[in-house]
Design a protein around this ligand. Structure first.
Ligand code: SAH
Ligand code: DHB
Ligand code: MG
Length: 215
């Protein structure tokens, strides 16, 4: 993943600095510590602590009660999304791999979030249509297979309320965003459809985080 650099290319965000700011602003309690610790055999590809905290704060600022996530992994981002919910809110989170979903459910239970998060097992594009009845949604967070970001983004724009947020992780596509590849084109299509339907920005996190407010 790319390091944060200044306009001149100088590198300011040393690991020591990132560790310090995570400690001060985004420290983990027992629930987050557990979900951040990914078991052997499952890739550790969850959001970073500051990105998780940012997503939680965006959900809170949106006053969200209805949130959809694509890509649960073992529940680290889902705990943040759930903690940002207003009273009575719910997160519907979709995970393709049943082993990931099982660990996620245990982590969500340990964090006291079981009644606020439902983990659906299946492919995002198959499960999303079953969640349409919950629209209008307040936040859709996309963090699953990168080739399908355009489909996820289109579904999000269709089902968000005006003022609702679409958020997409890995928006730099591991450095391949501008490459002439299938998934490069797919991720660019995601950027462009969000920008067309939203006031939007790509925040320079290590791998880019798109945030759009639906018009
Ligand atoms: N949001 C998580 C990280 C997600 S990693 C966090 O920050 O804690 C990406 C996840 O997407 C993986 O668990 C992977 O199994 C899942 N995934 C891959 N393809 C998918 C698909 N088609 N539909 C739903 N989930 C998928
Ligand atoms: C991968 C997926 C992610 O969502 C991420 O943030 C990092 C890596 C991956 O599939 O390798
Ligand atoms: Mg990601």
């Amino acid at each position: 993943m790319a390091d944060s650099t200044s306009r001149s290319g100088a590198r300011y965000a040393t690991q020591e600095i990132v560790d310090y700011t995570n400690r001060v602003h985004a420290s983990h309690d027992a629930g987050l510590t557990r979900a951040f610790t990914v078991p052997d055999g499952i890739p550790a590809i969850q959001l970073g602590p500051s990105e998780g905290k940012l997503v939680e704060m965006l959900v809170r600022m949106a006053g969200a009660t209805k949130v959809v996530e694509v890509g649960t992994l073992v529940g680290y981002s889902a705990i943040h999304l759930a903690r940002g919910l207003a009273a009575g809110g719910h997160v519907w989170s979709i995970e393709y791999d049943p082993r990931h979903a099982e660990v996620a459910r245990a982590n969500l239970a340990a964090a006291g979030m079981s009644d606020r998060v439902t983990v659906h097992v299946g492919a995002g594009l198959d499960v999303l249509p079953t969640l349409s009845a919950h629209a209008p949604l307040d936040v859709v967070f996309i963090d699953a297979d990168k080739d399908n970001y355009p489909g996820y983004g289109r579904w999000a724009i269709e089902h968000l309320r005006p003022g609702g947020l679409v958020i997409g992780d890995n928006a730099y596509l591991f450095g391949e965003l501008t490459a002439d590849t299938h998934r490069g084109r797919a991720m660019r299509e995601f950027h462009e459809l969000v920008a067309a339907a939203c006031e939007s920005v790509c925040i320079p996190t290590p791998d880019g985080l798109v945030v759009g407010i639906k018009r």
